[in-house]
Design a protein around this ligand. Structure first.
Ligand code: GMT
Length: 380
């Protein structure tokens, strides 16, 4: 198949999923065209069967800001025509699904319904729960969903939220997120990595996110505060975003700055996960929580909130702990329990690796292939 993919290129789960999916599809012989504002952060160098088209929005003094969504629609229409795309897969409703829908309208005159690309949309999370829930965007997101030929969500939770908020006019398929366990596994050179990071024998907690309010960085720090008061430990904070400065101030004001490493945006997180003992992800609502699955693949147990999509792939007392939102006391208690009980940690770590294999990219990429085929079937 010839598949166009449009996604957010910035650090974040939806861009990671879209890019890894494109790479996996390309490996299976499909021709993939990424149509984006910038190359997605996990794309890497040249890969067979993958092409990248950059969208440049016109800067014109009359416009207060460039109309990226329109430029994207125009580019999708152009690529779809020249490359004869079968499917355009939009990741995140806004603007990708909406722009792809517009691209199809642009092509209405030149291609018959039978020839035009099918629009597949994957909803990832805040496109529904935050952006879509906002009155200013609700109608646009609903249109994007209803005008797609097929819609998937990354969890049952997100499907329920989508149905609740939008009552879509067609079925939604759940295709959960995935991980490439050949890439995401615990590296054996942990001593070397620990040395590079200046770690001694202490326990290592990790949090990876885009530091937005939904991630509740303050809960990460508060949980870690109790941990480090009891046992030697370091907290690795990976990523960047609006809440980072405040988090740095909090760590200093509470005297734990020596134990907290703000590492910023890092592309290859496997070495960091390979020296980690515990991931903390106390989000207020995660449609899936890809970072937790990637941590599990590297044998890192997780402490997460019992909200959103987490309970769909994380079992309490098996892969880590599911704790009620905001209960930092319980999170610290469970973190200490796990970090100080080697036998339990090892069992959890093994369970995590095993569970991650159930979400292997090869299985889920087949689900996407079947999904595209079903859309293409419809037009025959
Ligand atoms: O919706 C977002 O916050 C953006 C998106 C992203 O690009 O990081 O994250 C969502 O998509 C990921 C991939 O499907 C999921 O793993 C995240 O749970 C989800 N984020 C939220 O629901 C907050």
């Amino acid at each position: 198949m010839k598949i166009g993919i449009s996604c957010h290129h910035t650090y974040g789960g939806s861009g990671a999923v879209a890019t890894e999916l494109g790479k996996a599809l390309a490996e299976r012989g499909h021709i993939i065209h990424f149509i984006n504002r910038s190359a997605p952060f996990r794309l890497g160098g040249f890969t067979k069967n993958i092409f990248y088209h950059e969208v440049e929005a016109m800067h014109y003094p009359v416009f207060e800001c460039p109309f990226y969504s329109l430029a994207l629609a125009t580019k999708i229409a152009e690529v779809a025509t020249y490359e004869k795309l079968d499917v355009v897969h939009a990741h995140y409703a806004i603007p990708h699904a909406l722009s792809a829908m517009l691209a199809r309208q642009m092509l209405e005159d030149s291609c018959s319904e039978a020839k035009c690309f099918k629009l597949a949309t994957t909803l990832h999370g805040t496109d529904i729960t935050v952006v879509g829930a906002d009155n200013s965007m609700h109608g646009a997101v609903r249109l994007a969903i209803n005008k797609s030929d097929g819609v998937t969500t990354v969890s049952e939770y997100l499907k329920r939220e989508t149905v609740r908020l939008f009552s879509p006019n067609h079925e939604i398929e759940v295709i959960p997120n995935f991980v490439d366990t050949e890439l995401f596994h615990r590296q054996s050179n942990s001593a070397e990595i620990r040395e590079q990071l200046g770690l001694d024998g202490e326990k290592v907690c990790i949090h990876i996110s885009n530091f937005r309010p939904v991630k509740r960085i303050r809960d990460v720090l508060k949980t870690f505060y109790t941990v480090v008061k009891k046992i030697p430990a370091t907290l690795l904070l990976v990523g960047d975003g609006p809440e980072r400065s405040e988090a740095e101030v909090w760590a200093r004001e509470n005297g734990i700055e020596r134990h907290v490493r703000f590492l910023g945006k890092i592309d290859d997180i496997v070495p960091l996960l390979s020296v980690s003992d515990l991931m903390l992800m106390p989000s207020s609502g995660e449609s899936f929580g890809l970072a937790a699955l990637e941590a599990m693949a590297c044998g890192v147990p997780v402490i997460v909130t019992d909200t959103g999509g987490f309970p769909e792939f994380i079992s309490n007392g098996r892969h880590g702990y599911l704790v009620e939102l905001g209960n930092v006391g319980r999170m610290s208690e469970k973190a200490l329990e796990l970090l100080t009980d080697t036998g339990r940690w090892e069992a959890f770590s093994r369970n995590c690796v095993e569970q991650a294999r159930n979400y292997h990219v090869s299985t889920l990429v087949e689900r996407y292939e079947a999904f595209y085929s079903s859309l293409l079937e419809e037009k025959r």
